[in-house]
Design a protein around this ligand. Structure first.
Ligand code: XMP
Length: 323
């Protein structure tokens, strides 16, 4: 009989037994999956868990602060924040290929963890042998884990792990779909802002820039994304859409006219989708006035963006993310 209570009880017991008197670390991504996974493991082993938040510089506006403040307040978890922006940007320099970006981000992510692990071990205490990840059932299926399905994209938290991985993985959400994860999070007492959070990919804005990832482009995309999120929230649409990736077509320019003359800027793509579990999705029929507001604000407020386009593709054939 599936209930959130059963799932929690079962996982707490299994995690306690597995970890014993050792310690675990958990990467917080800012998303609901890693937050619920961490809260679950925190419930099982308390102070034997240390959470690590890697600021890879690919986060959206305000997200780092939200993890540092809201999540810690809700759980009382031990949190270590690592500022690794420069390292990620250096590793991504000159790279445009989506799969290569994903591999690099996944690899650097694990390496930063190994550094964090070394520092945590140096603090004294039992060995840190476990890494907690918020892998969901759809991630497992899409990466071909255990089902024989073809690998569609190498997911950050499943595929692309380096071979020198030193941790044993704890993936307490591996059998769950997103709505079930939200229920578990709620049962664990996490606040709504975290539990109802829309999904955001591990590689962050790095896979929402079509072309090379640079600091300048990231800043530009962060502005556009913040405007889109602000207007969707203001219109009361957060619960109606599954997520709305905002994508910068950095390798594309188009001609426009603004103020005194000609512009030659980049398009921003809005990708609002509705979905049950991200395995399939449909494009959201957002009200025209909301789309108009987002478009006007982005083209007025974001330097170098002179066009906003709407993605009207379902999944399949399109994926939710562009890379
Ligand atoms: P796609 O683009 O495959 O996305 O239709 C399905 C869902 O997964 C999210 N996504 C990721 N989540 N690491 C994650 O944790 C990743 O590498 C990753 N890639 C895509 C995407 O945002 C959507 O919710």
């Amino acid at each position: 009989d599936w209930t959130t209570g059963n799932v929690i009880e079962e996982q707490v017991e299994a995690i306690r037994e597995l970890v014993g008197d050792k310690r675990a670390i958990c990467g917080l991504s800012g998303g609901v999956d890693s937050a619920v996974a961490a809260a679950l493991v925190q419930k099982a082993i308390g102070s034997q868990l240390t959470c690590v938040y890697v600021d890879h510089g690919l986060m959206r506006k305000g997200e780092t602060e939200q993890v540092e403040k809201d999540f810690v307040a809700a759980t009382g978890v031990q949190l270590k924040v690592v500022d690794a922006e420069e390292r990620f940007l250096t590793a991504l320099k000159g790279v445009s290929d989506p799969e290569e970006k994903r591999k690099i981000i996944g690899r650097e992510f694990i390496r930063v963890f190994e550094q964090a692990q070394a520092e945590i071990i140096a603090d004294e205490g039992p060995a840190v042998e476990f890494l907690v990840q918020g892998t969901l059932y759809p991630d497992v299926v899409e990466s071909g884990g255990g089902t024989g399905t073809a690998n569609i994209k190498s997911h950050h938290n499943v595929g692309g792990l380096p071979e020198d991985l030193e941790f044993q993985l704890i993936e307490p959400l591996r059998k769950l779909f997103k709505d079930e994860v939200r229920m578990v999070g709620q049962e664990l007492g996490l606040p709504d802002e975290i539990v109802q959070r829309q999904p955001f990919p591990g590689p962050g804005l790095g896979i929402r820039i079509v072309g090379e990832v640079t600091k300048e482009r990231l800043d530009l995309l962060r502005e556009a994304d913040a405007i889109a999120r602000e207007e969707l929230t203001a219109a009361g649409l957060d619960r109606d859409i599954w997520q709305c990736p905002v994508v910068l077509l950095a390798d594309v320019r188009s001609v426009g006219v603004q103020g005194d003359g000609r512009t030659y800027g980049h398009p921003i793509v809005l990708r609002p989708v509705s979905s049950e579990d991200a395995m399939t999705a449909d494009w959201s029929r957002l009200p025209y006035d909301v789309l108009a507001k987002i478009s006007t604000r982005i083209t007025n407020e974001v330097r170098d963006v002179n066009r906003v386009v709407l993605d009207v593709t379902s999944k399949p054939p399109g994926t939710i993310e562009w890379e």
